[in-house]
Design a protein around this ligand. Structure first.
Ligand SMILES: [Zn+2]
Ligand SMILES: [Zn+2]
Length: 234
């Protein structure tokens, strides 16, 4: 839930400070200069307050030291601007792949890679799973991996490799007979990316963060115990 008045995190009244203090944003976690706090001591940075969600994802990924793709995805998904389902997942997953690769010591021109991940990922609309046959979590992962292996349409080896990667991810998503769930699909995609990384990259990407679902009550189409991440009492 996003509060429109007062504190975006809790709705409380804001108190303006006489001097700026360095404080971690209560929504994205980044350390920024704060000039107002709410009565519950929350600070919300300008990007989280007024920015587009792609700026928010970019900001989180630029600052994070997280090396596990699922943990970073969970962090992004906790942001109140992230919808339960939606095309935001497509650029988020591409960003998560390049950011954790960099944090694991992978050599890339990170800012450029992140901008590319976001710009390409934003072009995948919602619903491609059921309309195009390629879930946006799989295509977003293809964008992330394509950046890491430096693929383009004219490179025979990398182009073939990338088709195999997205093909495997689409296969893994196709194991579930269910309505879309962007959480399930992104987690399945990242686990598949991690298992493929050893073959395709010079380091192994991690996807060991908590995949247990805490949102099934919000998801009307949740297949519950048909989903591998459904955990009662989470
Ligand atoms: Zn607050
Ligand atoms: Zn923030």
């Amino acid at each position: 839930m996003i509060y429109k008045d007062g504190c975006m995190k809790c709705g409380e009244v804001l108190i303006y400070l006489e001097e700026i203090v360095d404080k971690n944003c209560s929504l994205c976690g980044n350390l920024k200069a704060a000039n107002a706090l709410c009565r519950n001591d929350h600070f919300v940075c300008d990007t989280c307050h007024t920015g587009n969600f792609d700026d928010i994802v970019k900001n989180i990924c630029l600052e994070t030291t997280e090396t596990d793709m699922i943990k970073l995805l969970n962090k992004i998904r906790m942001h109140p601007s992230m919808p339960l389902h939606g095309p935001e997942h497509h650029f988020a997953i591409a960003s998560v792949i390049v950011a954790t690769y960099k944090n694991l010591g992978g050599k890339i021109d990170f800012e450029n890679a992140l901008d590319t991940a976001i710009e390409r990922g934003k072009q995948i609309p919602g619903g491609t799973c059921g309309f195009w046959g390629g879930c946006g979590a799989a295509l977003g992962s293809g964008i992330g991996m394509g950046i890491l292996i430096e693929s383009n349409p004219l490179k025979p080896k990398q182009r073939q490799e990338l088709a195999k990667i997205t093909g495997e991810i689409i296969q893994s998503i196709s194991m579930f007979k269910s309505a879309r769930c962007c959480r399930r699909e992104t987690i399945t995609a990242l686990k598949t990316v991690a298992s493929l990384s050893e073959t395709h990259l010079n380091l192994i990407l991690k996807a060991e963060g908590n995949s247990n679902c805490g949102q099934f009550k919000k998801n009307e189409e949740c297949p519950e115990d048909e989903c591998p991440y459904y955990v009662i009492n989470e």
